[in-house]
Design a protein around this ligand. Sequence first.
Ligand code: CTP
Ligand code: CA
Length: 219
Amino acid sequence: VKRELAKKDLNNKKVIITAGPTRESLDPVRFLTNHSSGKMGYALAKAASYRGAEVKLISGPSELETPLGVDLTRIETAEEMKEEVFNEFENADIIIMAAAVSDYRPQEVSSQKIKKSDGDLVLKLERTTDILAELGKIKKPSQLLIGFAAETENLLENAQKKLREKQADYIIANDISNKNIAFGSDKNQVNILSEKDSIQLPLAEKEELAHKIFDYILN
Ligand code: CTP
Ligand code: CA
């Protein structure tokens, strides 16, 4: 309700947000993915649009409704996500990598269904591109680059390492071992890390939290 009076502090800004999981095919019927629901990324897209931004949402498979005014592009693989992000990156003001991008994909995708046999099956996986790290290398000083960190242990140390190694302006750290905010939850509790400091935001609905995140990063 209070937000109806909020100033449109993202007017004339272009914001790219990635969301959801990716899907890496093994064969025509199987794929590798993860538990990401896309809720945090979609909430950020909705909040950015509400605050006046032109929002490009690049999403892996998700059941969620496209927020009003948001330009949605659906992708499946990490490679497709990378392509879309790089296409849009040049004139973006803020880039938020909320997607749970697969770190690996099958080295070979079988064109036929893989048949079972008596022995074990060994899958050979290769690394995907770390999109956030690549953006960190090429971003302009005027661009704000924000990543997430999903951790089950040593939350702040691991998030701090990602902040440094990927040259992001902010890392939003998620403790995914916390049972109250498990995957698919409407709530989340995060820490935001930057070169300057580290703050903990209280547990909140993802839509409220999305606004808190923008309140913080836009000062
Ligand atoms: N990320 C990315 N491209 C990838 C993998 C991750 O852009 N191929 C981004 C995510 O969108 C997130 C950040 O990097 O913003 C951190 O993702 P996370 O999985 O927490 O960390 P990783 O660097 O992949 O390390 P690990 O999974 O080993 O903890
Ligand atoms: Ca990862």
